[in-house]
Design a protein. Structure first.
Length: 222
């Protein structure tokens, strides 16, 4: 987002798109957890579409610099209840990806077309009419928030799912303590998102572009 400082409209659209994407992500997870009988997250005051309850500070920093970030983690149901745990952790990503693809399809149908790296567009914004810019950035933000959340590294949902399904051996418990309890996972994730490794982008945005870029071009490419 910071790359779009010279274009106030793009900056505003990027900010709104990210905030809505992480709010959708967290709110859907809270609803799914509640339906499974786990009301702990709701008791923490997160059963609301208020963005302040779902924006993660570190995720917001990542989005401001790398163009993609994550929502505030939701504590999943007891890992002994694998079905509800998996459903809760995956529901946010599914909601974001579905909403993102639907928005990009609408963007394509009303005459839009995207060219270039998708994460670069999330860093710098999109040119064109206001409606097309808003649709493109909203779709990309949702899509990338959803896909990023599946990366198997805490605090992301994919990392929590990995440790939730992993054997409860001493080695796995130590790894979980380091990555989750001591927030080393956050540091590693920020490094992968923000530090360029021999190229114009950091490693993780580059990998996300490789994985998601073809889908974006298929749905919304010029």
């Amino acid at each position: 987002m910071l790359y779009a400082l010279g274009d106030p409209l793009s900056l505003l659209l990027l900010l709104i798109s990210f905030v809505v994407a992480v709010t959708v992500h967290g709110y859907v997870q809270v609803l799914v957890a509640g339906r499974s009988g786990d009301h702990r997250v709701a008791a923490e005051g997160r059963a609301t579409p208020d963005p302040r309850k779902h924006v993660d500070p570190f995720g917001a920093v990542a989005a401001a610099i790398a163009g993609v970030g994550w929502a505030k983690p939701v504590e999943p149901p007891d890992r002994r209840r694998r079905g509800p745990m998996v459903a809760t952790l995956l529901s946010g990503a599914i909601a974001n990806i579905a909403l993102g693809l639907l928005t990009l399809l609408v963007f394509r149908l009303v005459g839009g077309g995207l060219v270039g790296g998708s994460t670069l567009l999330l860093q710098r914004g999109v040119e064109g009419e206001v409606l097309l810019r808003a649709l493109a950035l909203f779709g990309l933000s949702n899509l990338f928030v959803g896909v990023l959340s599946l990366v198997p590294l805490p605090p992301l949902d994919g990392g929590r799912l990995l440790f939730g399904l992993a054997p409860q051996s001493e080695g796995w418990r130590k790894a979980e303590h380091q990555l989750v309890g001591r927030n080393i996972g956050v540091a590693v994730l920020l490094a992968l998102l923000l530090i360029p490794l021999g190229g114009p982008q950091a490693l993780l945005p580059t990998l996300l572009d490789i994985l998601v870029g073809p889908l974006v071009q298929l749905v919304a490419g010029a």
